[in-house]
Design a protein around this ligand. Structure first.
Ligand code: 4NP
Length: 159
């Protein structure tokens, strides 16, 4: 049997953007009946919120889209860099942080800005909503749903 495609979403705290992205992408592949083809997880470059559920604002917005987030925050590990096929980061800080952990080009090539899969011509980043209002969390949810579609289409073209 073909190996699963292993996808890891990465942000700073693993309580806002990356769990939202994990939930949106899992929801999409489930709707398309493709979930058996994937291993999907998320983590943070920091361990600030280790063991915590996603931020209540993130969970609330996801719920309105029919997505229940049960992920518990965890910090990125070196073995994640080897295990996962795609390391999808939310912004340039995450990108540089993850990239600084390896000199191997095979691993560096796995690190992609998730925002590059958005359908419009906006900046290829998912902005940190943590210190912002509820509208910022709704925007994150819209963006990660849009990027999930773009990323799945991308995989369809290359895998
Ligand atoms: P996230 O948002 O990286 O999207 O999970 C943040 C969550 C927590 C913090 C910063 C960003 N913090 O500083 O605690």
């Amino acid at each position: 049997m073909k190996e699963k495609i292993k996808v890891l979403f990465i942000c700073l705290g693993n309580i806002c953007r990356s769990p939202a992205a994990e939930g949106a992408f899992k929801n999409l592949v489930k709707q398309r009946k493709l979930d058996h083809l994937f291993e999907i997880d998320s983590c943070g470059t920091s361990g600030y919120h280790d063991g915590e559920l996603a931020d209540p604002r993130t969970r609330k917005v996801a719920e309105t889209r029919g997505i229940r987030l049960t992920h518990l925050s965890r910090k990125l590990t070196k073995s994640d860099l080897i295990h996962f096929d795609y390391l999808l980061v939310m912004d340039e800080n995450n990108f540089h942080e993850v990239r600084s952990l390896t000199n191997e080009s095979k691993i560096q090539d796995k690190i992609l800005l998730f925002g590059k899969f958005r359908s419009d011509a906006g900046a290829p980043i998912v902005p940190d909503p943590y210190y912002k209002n509820e509208t910022a969390f709704e925007k994150v949810q819209d963006l990660v749903e849009d990027c999930s579609l773009g990323f799945l289409n991308f995989l369809g073209e290359i895998e």
